[in-house]
Design a protein around this ligand. Structure first.
Ligand SMILES: [Zn+2]
Length: 336
């Protein structure tokens, strides 16, 4: 059973509000709305990729239809929960691939008909900002006066691209980037269930790779686990897997920083960025090499280097030119 075939993200996707990571405010509010029967007809889920928008939308679509939703959970017993055809009332549309007015017309046409199994038909529209102008206008009319049995959940990574008139008709929820510690827990949990052994530092590195997205972290975990097979998952293995960078390049960089070899630093940074390795891995590799060197022989220059690179983490995450920032940091550390 190869890990890359079954995709951790799909297998371990949350199936209930309680399993959703890092969006407690949203899952709690939605649970309360369902429990008190104060359900809106249009929701807008905003947030970066992999923060759980579609997962929450699916859980919500199921939960609004359960006849006995309690304590944030569907009952599993009612005619909805037990009905194998319940997906007939839940529609998922990917606006990125169906962005024309025709797709919306079909949707609007079907909105008229009552649900087949449950109380509500739920339309989940992913990447809704991709709809064309004409498609949006068509959708707007339905959003203005939705039939009582219809709920729209519009999900988007780019809410600023939506017309204000669309935004104002929706109940908006902002999905947060998931905290590193939360993603670490998810990765650890998945590895445990898969009976894979991993270094703590490797788990952290994988979680960082997600940059706030559980999905990205888990798909990176897929790649790493596929490479490692039944072997222990280590930082060294991760660095070797992706981009083919081994730790020697980072050891070289640190040696050049120590030797105030600015030219060498520039060349090594170039070599590092020529690999396809992600920024989080580059930074983790560099920090690990500096720490190793410091343990062997402490020095103010290494301490400075450690501080310079540790401070770079947030900058690199949002930088459009991580290469430039990284090189500057290396040169600063080098004292050049
Ligand atoms: Zn139920």
């Amino acid at each position: 059973m190869s890990a890359n075939v079954k995709s951790f993200y799909r297998v371990y996707r949350p199936k209930s509000f309680a399993e959703v990571v890092g969006q407690e405010f949203i899952t709690k509010t939605l649970s309360n709305q369902i429990a008190s029967q104060k359900i809106g007809h249009a929701y807008l889920f905003c947030g970066t990729r992999g923060t759980g928008k579609t997962s929450v939308a699916k859980i919500f679509a199921d939960a609004v239809n359960c006849e006995n939703f309690q304590d944030g959970k569907v009952c599993g017993q009612c005619s909805w929960c037990q009905n194998p055809n319940k997906t007939m009332d839940i529609f998922e549309i990917d606006a990125a691939s169906n962005n024309g007015v025709d797709a919306v017309r079909d949707l609007i046409e079907s909105v008229k008909y009552p649900p087949v199994v449950g109380k509500y038909k739920v339309y989940i529209i992913d990447e809704v900002h991709m709809f064309s102008g004409a498609a949006f206008n068509a959708l707007l009319k339905t959003l203005e006066e939705p039939p009582v049995h219809v709920i729209f959940v519009l999900a988007t990574t780019e809410p600023h691209k939506l017309l204000p008139t669309v935004q104002s008709r929706c109940l908006r929820f902002n999905f947060q980037n998931v905290a590193l510690t939360e993603i670490e827990k998810v990765v650890k949990n998945v590895f445990q269930k898969e009976k894979l052994v991993a270094e703590d530092a490797a788990v952290t590195l994988i979680a960082k790779e997600g940059q706030g997205s559980v999905r990205d972290a888990l798909s990176f975990a897929d790649t790493v686990a596929a490479y490692c097979g039944q072997d222990k998952i280590t930082v060294t293995a991760i660095n070797r897997v992706v981009g083919g960078l081994d730790s020697k390049v980072f050891t070289d960089l640190v040696a050049q920083i120590m030797a105030t070899d600015a030219q060498g630093v520039r060349a090594t940074v170039q070599q590092i960025f020529n690999s396809s390795t992600g920024v989080a891995r580059i930074l983790a590799g560099t920090l690990a090499a500096i720490k190793d060197a410091y343990v062997k022989q402490p020095s103010p220059r290494l301490a400075t280097a450690l501080r310079v690179f540790a401070n770079l983490e947030m900058t690199l995450k949002y930088a459009t030119d991580p290469h430039g920032y990284f090189e500057t940091a290396a040169l600063v550390a080098c004292g050049a």
